[in-house]
Design a binder for this molecule. Structure first.
Ligand code: FES
Length: 215
């Protein structure tokens, strides 16, 4: 799959072209390779989805350390139930020093996700699963590893197309092709365990997802 991506890059396709094709190809590989359960949509009917309406998800059904992928506005949304180990890693000073935008200064998230965990609740990450380089779908490797998917892996998301690395909050590392953190979509909790993707938290009800710098 990586060779397909490299070939397309060499041919100087636009990012939009790349995104369209990469979504159809790399995404399928990513889901299979990481055994991520796919919840296509929980509640909405077809007309709601077609209109880009909100999508609800019961996060209490996601095991700690696991992730589900749902679809909102035709984009994959990663919802990750982070472990205590992962939360500690997000605050590890040595790892944070390697990030390009550790404090989420770039407009890649709503105001209520401008914090060290880039989310409303630290234990649940919610990001748009599209690499900010050329639009592949990053793969989910939550556990640190000395060897996989690359040496000294800190845990998070790896984009196999050109090697971009993101931590478990979707913060991009310095020195990789991707220029920005993974976007965070508008979302809110409608109860202790239900999230609604596509509607803002009341703390920033007017925030506009279209203002995001790089999708
Ligand atoms: S699309 Fe190039 S590194 Fe992700």
């Amino acid at each position: 799959m990586a060779s397909t991506a490299s070939t397309m890059l060499a041919e100087d396709h636009t990012r939009r072209d790349f995104l369209y094709i990469a979504t159809a190809t790399v995404g399928a590989v990513g889901a299979a390779a990481t055994l991520v359960p796919l919840i296509d949509q929980m509640n909405p009917d077809a007309s709601t989805l077609a209109a880009g309406g909100p999508v609800d998800l019961d996060v209490s059904k996601i095991q700690q350390g696991a992730q589900v992928v749902i679809r909102w506005r035709q984009r994959p949304i990663f919802v990750f139930h982070r472990s205590q180990q992962t939360l500690a890693a997000l605050q590890n000073a040595q790892d944070v020093a390697l990030l390009a935008d550790p404090n989420s200064d770039q407009m890649q998230q709503p105001p209520y996700a401008t914090n060290w965990h880039r989310s409303l609740k630290p234990e649940f990450g919610v990001v748009v699963g599209i690499c900010t380089h050329l639009g592949c779908i990053p793969l989910f490797y939550p556990a640190p590893s000395a060897t996989s998917p690359v040496a000294n892996w800190p845990g998070g998301y790896f984009c196999p197309c050109h090697g971009s690395k993101y931590d478990a909050a979707g913060r991009v590392y310095s020195g990789v092709p991707a220029p920005y953190n993974l976007p965070v979509p508008p979302y809110r909790f409608t109860s202790d365990t239900m999230i609604r993707i596509g509607e803002n938290d009341p703390s920033a009800a007017a925030w506009n997802f279209d203002a995001i710098r790089q999708l």
